[in-house]
Ligand binder design. Structure first.
Ligand SMILES: NC(=O)c1ccc[n+]([C@@H]2O[C@H](COP(=O)([O-])OP(=O)(O)OC[C@H]3O[C@@H](n4cnc5c(N)ncnc54)[C@H](OP(=O)(O)O)[C@@H]3O)[C@@H](O)[C@H]2O)c1
Length: 262
């Protein structure tokens, strides 16, 4: 995820590449390759890194965070503002582990960051200054768009857009499977639906009309589209998605409570 985020940040030129430093736990070759690919620096000198850094992105797996916190805790300086991309770890817990009163933000990006289209939920601690917030927003807009929410609502963002790509892939998979039952070659159906999804996304992107209006515009009374939509309306699709999203929200809450318990 950090790879996707920093690819976007570097490509957008919101910050001078010379001012970006990467680090990791131990895989120096991967770190070196990645720093070279992006044209940024890397270092394992935590003391020097934290003496200089305005913003410190934390991108370990949640279960690795304690070891990271132990590693950097002695070197934290007043200028460091932390931005966690770790799913589920509450700000209070991050603060406690880092043993700092410094500003903390949590962001919940999604995998579309790889193509510069993450929808990223963001939540700031109350001591995050307005200028710093603007700077963080600029960084986030470099790999998509940002939506600021209170920390408790990051669970909903996690469900709707964090896990969202997987839910949509699942729907598209079902569409392909159903399509192949109509008698066309499987490869042809897959290729057509891939292009259908890309084209439809671009229509949504470029049009100022709502999705409902775009649908209405291509639905003639008594036509084929209307027949298909009538069949769909026999099912409670909204209810199905509500179940899906509520399950993801509940799981996100469970996971963050587990971290509290640990
Ligand atoms: N994937 C998604 O769609 C998504 C979406 C939203 C949020 N997230 C969040 O993104 C975070 C990272 O996920 P990922 O899939 O990108 O993980 P990942 O590929 O395993 O990367 C984790 C990185 O953390 C480094 N690391 C681990 N322990 C460290 C330590 N003690 N000191 C310094 N660096 C350390 C690892 O270094 P080494 O390589 O040297 O071990 C590795 O570079 C997770 O917390 C996840 O919740 C992911």
């Amino acid at each position: 995820m950090a790879h996707a985020i920093f690819t976007g940040i570097v490509n957008s030129n919101v910050i001078d590449s010379n001012d970006i430093y990467l680090t990791n736990r131990s895989n120096e070759q991967a770190l070196k390759d990645y720093a070279q690919e992006l044209g940024v620096n890397y270092s394992y000198d935590d003391k020097a890194l934290l003496a200089q850094a305005d913003y410190v992105f934390i991108g370990t797996k949640p279960y690795d965070f304690e070891s990271l916190a132990e590693r950097i805790r002695p070197y934290i300086t007043d200028k460091n503002k932390f931005i966690s991309i770790m799913a589920g770890l509450p700000m209070d817990y991050i603060r406690e582990q880092l043993d700092t009163k410094n500003p903390i933000a949590r962001i919940m990006p999604n995998t579309n960051a790889h193509v510069g289209h993450s929808v990223t939920g963001i939540s700031f601690s109350s001591n995050f200054g307005a200028t710093s917030k603007d700077e963080v927003d600029n960084l986030i807009n470099a790999f998509g768009s940002a939506i600021e929410v209170p920390e408790d609502n990051l669970h909903q963002v996690t469900a709707i857009t964090g896990s969202g790509p997987a839910f949509l892939y699942h729907v598209f998979e079902q569409y392909v499977t159903a399509g192949t039952r109509l008698g066309l070659e499987k490869d042809q159906v897959e290729e057509s639906i891939r292009n259908l999804i890309i084209g439809t996304s671009k229509m949504i992107e470029r049009s100022e009309l709502s999705m409902g209006q775009l649908r209405k515009n291509i639905t003639s009374k008594g036509g084929t589209t209307q027949a298909g939509l009538n069949a769909l309306s026999e099912y409670d699709i909204e209810g199905i998605f509500e179940d899906c999203l509520r399950s993801a929200v509940n799981r996100s809450i469970e996971l963050s409570n587990q971290d509290d318990d640990d």
